[in-house]
Design a protein around this ligand. Structure first.
Ligand SMILES: Cc1cc2nc3c(=O)[nH]c(=O)nc-3n(C[C@H](O)[C@H](O)[C@H](O)COP(=O)(O)OP(=O)(O)OC[C@H]3O[C@@H](n4cnc5c(N)ncnc54)[C@H](O)[C@@H]3O)c2cc1C
Length: 459
């Protein structure tokens, strides 16, 4: 067993990760990060628990420290000339492979995830009878709003591992559930999902990109899943595949089983530390005892959360919007001309948050009448048409919060002006992160709503 010096994660499988180099950040945020690690407070019991404030402060500090790694690379470029850095990078890549350079620039947030595990965050969504904390959907949304505002990347990774644990918790395969779930909820294991090929990715192709074929002992999985977050760190992956008769199958596949290859992470516009990339399956023998659901027409339909366009995705978009609006509020305190726009964005944010909580089943929260201008024509009661696609209430809300994340982050850039356009300034990063919500788990109805809103009435 080898322990990575750079990100402190004990790694069993992957050379790339072992080669990770120390970030070497010397920023003051590191002090808070170390302090929080040592203090080791108890689990978070509710979204109003003070411990959630402390965790979020530590996550935000760790996120800033991680950004400083990229800033250090930029500072190198300034000090030594871009050409010099490019040559260094080329030499590094030649010596150690592209993976090492990627890990150096975008370290996996192992420590923030470990804190979340210790504070019980991974138990929020699971019911008490399977060892979870049984938080209500609305309270989970409140928690995600806080985590996402502190560190969007960490919160996003948590949604993917939670999607995997939800599939497991809801599985009729109780022996598998009882074997894998305790470690997952306690943070001793990591799992992720490879399901987009059943929902929002490669759906237009004539043949499924990941197929399953029944054998005497179980199934053979062959093909690839285009987008899998943190696969290189996963103990197992919840993988969806399509049988020849069109039915779907969902299985928990150990990440180190023969035939599974985790490709290097994609170089992304944002959220690179999520280490998202393709995973290939070459005639992987999947035992029947690994099956989570199916075969059936829709193996993902029954799950409580984690579906495309789900409320968690909307919560993270709102969390990003809040971060950007918070920046505007700080600026507006001394710049009167920013105040009307800032106050208007915050009012809109509060109305969207109330609606999100209402959708999550929080009856105490009234839906406010205010509707984002871009969605004035979309029925929030659901069932309306966007470019011919039916839009559910959750999808209409998703389109609304996507819009808000885009506008709030761009308003922050307007306030930050040219300085915000310099690499390393958070306003530029928020703008890039807002784009993520246009592609992550974004169902056709939401995409159609955006295209309609961005074109209707402009010509
Ligand atoms: C950072 C990130 C992390 C993610 N993490 C995960 C994860 O952990 N697990 C998971 O399951 N998913 C994950 N996803 C997947 C995500 O939820 C979406 O499924 C994905 O973004 C869809 O994009 P795509 O390019 O695969 O879509 P596709 O629909 O496959 O589009 C790909 C290309 O195909 C072409 N095309 C599309 N539609 C048509 C059409 N109708 N006709 C002809 N050509 C067409 C276009 O040229 C397009 O660029 C992640 C995505 C991102 C960006």
């Amino acid at each position: 067993m080898t322990t990575c010096d750079g990100c402190s994660l004990t790694d069993r499988k992957f050379n790339e990760h072992r080669l990770c180099s120390k970030p070497g950040s010397r920023r003051p945020q590191v002090v808070l990060v170390i302090y929080y690690g040592i203090m080791n407070p108890p689990p978070i019991l509710s979204p109003v628990d003070d411990q959630l404030d402390a965790l979020c402060a530590a996550l935000a500090a760790a996120s800033t420290a991680r950004d400083a790694v990229s800033a250090d690379v930029a500072a190198d470029a300034a000090a030594n000339g871009v050409a010099g850095v490019a040559a260094d990078v080329a030499a590094d890549v030649a010596a150690n492979g592209a993976g090492r350079e990627f890990h150096r620039r975008h370290p996996w947030p192992a420590q923030p995830l470990a804190w979340c595990g210790q504070r019980g965050v991974f138990r929020w969504s699971a019911s008490c009878h399977v060892g979870g904390a049984g938080w209500s959907d609305a309270d989970q949304i409140r928690g995600y709003l806080r985590l996402g505002e502190a560190c969007l990347t960490t919160a996003f990774i948590i949604t993917q591992r939670t999607a995997a644990s939800t599939r497991l918790a809801e599985s009729a395969n109780h022996s598998l559930r009882d074997r894998l779930l305790p470690d997952l909820l306690a943070g001793r294991a990591f799992a992720t999902v490879a399901i987009s090929q059943l929902t929002t990715s490669r759906r237009h192709l004539a043949a499924p990109v990941l197929r399953a074929r029944e054998t005497a002992d179980g199934y053979l999985f062959h093909g690839f899943s285009p987008w899998v977050t943190g696969a290189a760190f996963a103990d197992w992956i919840a993988v969806g595949a399509v049988l020849d008769d069109g039915r779907h199958l969902l299985a928990a596949i150990p990440a180190n089983v023969a035939g599974v290859t985790v490709d290097p992470p994609q170089s992304l516009v944002a959220l690179e530390a999520s280490h998202t990339g393709p995973v290939r399956f070459e005639n992987v023998a999947v035992e029947r005892s690994w099956v989570l659901a199916g075969p059936s027409d829709q193996v993902l339909r029954t799950a409580r959360s984690g579906g495309s366009g789900g409320l968690q995705t909307s919560a993270l978009a709102l969390a990003l919007a809040s971060r950007a609006i918070g920046f505007l509020e700080t600026e507006a305190a001394t710049r009167g001309n920013l105040q009307p726009a800032t106050a208007s964005l915050r009012r809109e944010w509060q109305a969207a948050r109330d609606q999100l909580l209402e959708e999550a089943g929080d009856g105490a929260t009234a839906i406010q009448a205010e509707v984002a201008p871009g969605l004035a024509g979309a029925s929030l009661a659901g069932g309306s048409l966007a470019g011919g696609s039916p839009v559910s209430r959750a999808e209409a809300l998703r389109a609304r919060v996507n819009e808000l994340a885009l506008r709030a982050s761009q308003a922050a850039l307007v306030a930050a002006k040219g300085a915000g356009f310099v690499a390393g300034h958070p306003a530029g990063r928020w703008c890039r992160e807002a784009l993520f919500f246009l592609v992550w788990s974004c169902p056709p109805g939401v995409l159609a709503t955006h295209l309609r809103d961005w074109t209707d009435g402009y010509s």
